[in-house]
Design a protein around this ligand. Structure first.
Ligand SMILES: [Zn+2]
Length: 187
């Protein structure tokens, strides 16, 4: 490679990494990085926004849920419907912020835990600690791990062991079960 070619290559690499750095947060490399994301999740919470704790249980009747949710939300959140892939605007949400439970506002994930899985559902490789409880369901014959909000019990999605490193985990979430609060506070 000529000296000039080398310089051009370095320049292009620099621009590429600058662009990448600008469009999304750096992917964590080690489990230590993931633990830091989990520990510091409040850094992505918009100023002045109050969120509940997992142990502040919320128990509502079916009718109370119906009043609180849209018909589509009610079907997916309370009657275990599944959202059609590719339909959630949150698939393309890339701004910094927090994903909370649509049912009760409990923080579940941050923007730094999200990744593009290509499945058509919002996907995450880690979650905010204590956000979920799990069950095993057999609806598709093979057992799957269902997870739901630890505070209000709303089903959020299914958990798989085929996520990206370093966690190798994938939370595959119904977009309609999530509400995004941008760090800027502007929805
Ligand atoms: Zn909830």
């Amino acid at each position: 490679m000529t000296r000039r070619g080398l310089l051009q290559g370095l320049l292009a690499a620099g621009i590429w990494s600058a662009l990448k750095g600008h469009s999304s947060a750096a992917q964590p490399v080690s489990m230590k990085d993931v633990e830091a994301l989990q520990k510091n999740w409040k850094a992505l919470l918009a100023e002045g926004v109050k969120v509940p704790l997992p142990n502040e249980q919320l128990k509502l009747s079916k009718e109370e849920w119906r009043k609180r949710l849209s018909p589509n939300e009610f079907n997916i959140l309370r009657e275990e419907g599944t959202e059609r892939p590719g339909t959630s605007p949150l698939n393309n949400e890339k701004r910094p912020g927090i994903y909370t439970c649509q049912g009760c506002g409990l923080p579940l994930f941050t923007s730094e835990m999200k990744y593009e899985s290509g499945t058509g559902w919002p996907s995450f490789f880690a979650s905010i600690p204590s956000a979920f409880e799990t069950n095993t369901d057999f609806k598709l014959i093979l057992p799957r791990t269902e997870y739901h909000c630890a505070r209000c019990g709303v089903p959020q999605g299914h958990f798989f062991n085929d996520g990206p490193p370093p966690t190798g985990k994938r939370w595959c979430n119904n977009g309609v079960a999530l509400r995004f609060i941008p760090k800027s506070g502007k929805v």
